[in-house]
Design a binder for this molecule. Structure first.
Ligand code: NOJ
Length: 685
């Protein structure tokens, strides 16, 4: 019998592990366990017939059944068979750290750790370690390959990690889209795990009895391929790690000592406990930047939507958007409305003709003749506005990397401290999958180089977020999902009303999204032609556009519409007022794909904001304001769907009211079909 090990730390005893490896290492079965600090999440690691498996239980109920671990290599036997446990070490950690910016200011990292050292019993006796961390909100594990004679340089052809779901849980997913390897810009589907094919992470699931929510993802992806999940295709419930390949089919090239990213499984009892998600942040190393004071969350406007609705062009010519005069108009608009930044796209040489095919022709320093970069940057500085310089690479990676130094040095010399990058491509010009190790390295290289020059980054068509913003807080935001732009040009008519209610519980769990809310011209009349029902348009009410600023977190939030469309719009005041950096975030109510209500308190201040959104259903939600400071009087400024508003044929009415509230108030939120509500709650004077 194995002894139960009770450890006393401080005054609270907790069951750290249930371990017996030392007694039976090398025999047919051996197992060790680690539990979360609250004891609810328990991972068991075991060797069965020479193979390594882990499983996950919550409150004694199986969530992940014993699931295989290991690797396959090119030119070497798989690291999978004939394994024995040679050692286990344990640790416990409790620390609270502060984010320079984020959905919450303070993050607690409280976990118990178990590291299991393994060795092949037969030649070549290769060794590796599986490190497991158990938190109250989920678990993470990773592989560590120590330096050793039998394992130096290696090429991983497959990672064998499995996730065998105990329940045929309902999953919300987007396909990984092979052979088209570039996009996370899909609409979500949902269905039982057993029906999945090949899907992207974060993958959110709800057990059929509704008792548990799980999210499979990864953390600290630095020098590895991005992980997808290959599904069971109607057989069983085992999802397998599937790594994006490089041009030659190899998934990962490395040399020991080497560590994989963390594989993470977030767990919650209620869907509203999934966000804000900090599991991945806790599995990334702390900030390495000497100063973060220069990294400023901000709202911004930009020469952008005009290109998407075809009133302007990125390329040179009569409709060229990025002219000096136009940029100055946007800067004036930003300054007049208290916005921190102005994005200018299409300023640099390379957009003429087929800019996707001609990607290696992009210059990141040379402006079109009608755009004076230095003058625009000077004007922005003078007006107290940050110029956000756009770098579309279209996947011409070497072309971009060759210019990184000179471009970033130029921007830095002009006082520019933020860029937006872009990677519109299927494969890179070097032939690699968009999500290969090659691209993981590239994205990290850009973050690091940008940090050296004091530049913050907002990436479109990014590598998915695995928490790198903790280590490099200049990694501000990214797209990585279907954003607002699809409402301008997508052949399927745009994002359906449920889209953002799914995004919140899926993609947004991995990190901020530059969704670009704030379109007021919902029928896109400024594109010059009258709206017909089958044409692309924004399928929300105007009040929902406001609510998205609170619901879809990003430290950089765009007021995406043409400035003229905000003229004489009282609802624009909410965009002027809404904060972009938060002390606290609470999800007050929600159902994936139906609705969500989020309350956030601004960083360093007493003002709260609420965002509520619904799908195509009209909803009435009762929202207690018990999160407000007791005894304090507040004023709620409410931007609600107006009379008879609905996304389909009456999206514009917004009713703006004020109401005195306290922590005892219950607000009744009436959301129109496709609608929303945005509220600012500030202390009464
Ligand atoms: C796609 C990006 O998402 C969009 O924001 C950008 O305007 C275009 N690419 C051009 O770079």
């Amino acid at each position: 019998m194995c002894p139960r090990l009770w450890v006393r730390r401080s005054t609270r005893p907790f069951s750290l592990v249930f371990g017996c490896t030392a007694l039976i290492a090398g025999t047919a079965a051996a197992q060790v366990r680690v539990a979360s600090p609250d004891g609810r999440n328990q991972v068991t690691f075991q060797i069965r017939d020479g193979r390594a498996y882990y499983d996950l239980q919550r409150d004694g109920r199986a969530l992940i059944l014993p699931s295989l671990l290991g690797f396959e290599f090119r030119g070497a036997a798989p690291l999978r068979d004939g394994l024995r446990i040679t050692d286990t070490t344990r640790d416990t950690h409790d620390e609270t750290w502060t984010q320079p910016w984020g959905e919450v200011a303070r993050v607690r990292d409280h976990h118990n750790e178990l590291a299991v050292s393994l060795e092949e019993t037969g030649s070549p006796n290769r060794r590796f370690t599986v490190r497991i961390r158990a938190f109250d909100d989920g678990i993470g594990f990773r592989y560590e390959l120590p330096e050793q004679p039998a394992l130096g340089d290696f090429e991983i052809s497959d990672e064998l990690t499995e996730f065998t779901l105990a329940d045929n849980a309902r999953a919300w997913w987007i396909a990984s889209n092979w052979p088209r390897k570039d996009r996370s810009e899909e609409l979500f589907s949902s269905g039982p795990v057993s029906t999945l094919d090949s899907v992207q992470t974060p993958l959110t699931m709800e057990t059929r009895d509704g008792r548990t929510f799980m999210v499979i993802h990864e953390a600290n992806l630095v020098d590895y391929a991005r992980m997808f999940l290959a599904g069971p295709r109607m057989e069983g419930r085992t999802l397998r790690a599937a790594l994006a390949p490089m041009a030659d089919g190899i998934k990962v090239r490395g040399r020991t000592p080497f560590m994989s990213p963390w594989r993470t499984i977030q767990v919650a009892d209620r869907v509203t406990d999934l966000a804000p998600s900090v599991l991945g942040l806790n599995l990334n190393p702390p900030n390495v930047l000497p100063s973060t004071a220069w990294i400023k969350p901000m709202k911004y406007v930009g020469i952008w939507w005009g290109m998407h609705i075809n009133t302007m062009t990125w390329s040179s010519g009569p409709k060229h958007g990025a002219t000096t005069a136009n940029a100055k108009r946007y800067i004036d608009f930003a300054a007049a409305n208290g916005f921190g930044g102005v994005l200018v796209e299409g300023w640099n040489v390379g957009w003429d003709g087929d800019w996707i095919a001609n990607r290696n022709a992009f210059s990141f320093t040379q402006a079109y003749p009608d755009y004076d970069l230095a003058e625009v940057a000077r004007y922005a500085r003078q007006k107290g506005v940050r110029l956000i310089v756009h770098n579309e690479t279209s996947g011409g990676i070497q072309n971009y990397e060759r210019q990184l130094d000179s471009a970033f040095a130029l921007y830095h010399s002009l006082g520019v401290d933020a860029i937006k990058t872009g990677y519109v491509t299927d494969l890179t010009s070097e032939g690699h999958s968009h999500y290969s190790q090659f691209m993981v390295r590239h994205y990290r290289h850009v973050i690091e180089e940008a940090a050296k020059y004091g530049i913050a980054v907002d990436v479109h068509e990014p590598m998915h977020d695995t928490g790198e913003r903790r280590t490099y807080p200049n990694m501000l935001s990214r797209e990585g999902a279907r954003g607002q732009e699809y409402n301008a040009w997508s052949g399927d008519g745009g994002n359906p009303p449920e889209h953002e209610t799914i995004l919140f519980f899926t993609r947004l769990l991995d990190g901020p999204m530059d969704f670009t809310p704030g379109i007021f011209d919902l029928l896109e009349r400024s594109s010059g032609h009258a709206h017909r029902p089958e044409e692309p348009r924004v399928r929300t009410t105007l009040a929902k556009q406001l609510a998205l600023y609170v619901v879809l977190y990003s430290p950089v939030q765009m007021a995406a519409d043409l400035p003229g469309n905000y003229d004489r719009q009282p609802a624009f005041q909410f965009i002027r007022d809404v904060a972009v950096d938060w002390d606290t975030t609470r999800v007050l109510a929600g159902q994936i794909g139906d609705y969500v209500v989020v309350a956030r308190r601004e960083r360093g201040g007493p003002t709260w904001f609420i965002g509520a959104i619904t799908d195509e259903e009209r909803r009435t939600l009762d929202v207690p304001l018990s999160f407000l400071s007791p005894g304090r009087r507040y004023v709620a400024e409410i931007y609600a769907d107006g009379p008879k508003a609905n996304w389909f044929d009456n999206p514009f009415p917004v009713s703006i009211t004020r109401q005195a509230v306290t922590s005892a108030t219950r607000l009744r939120l009436v959301l129109a079909p496709g609608g929303g509500q945005a509220i600012r709650i500030r202390p009464a004077r």
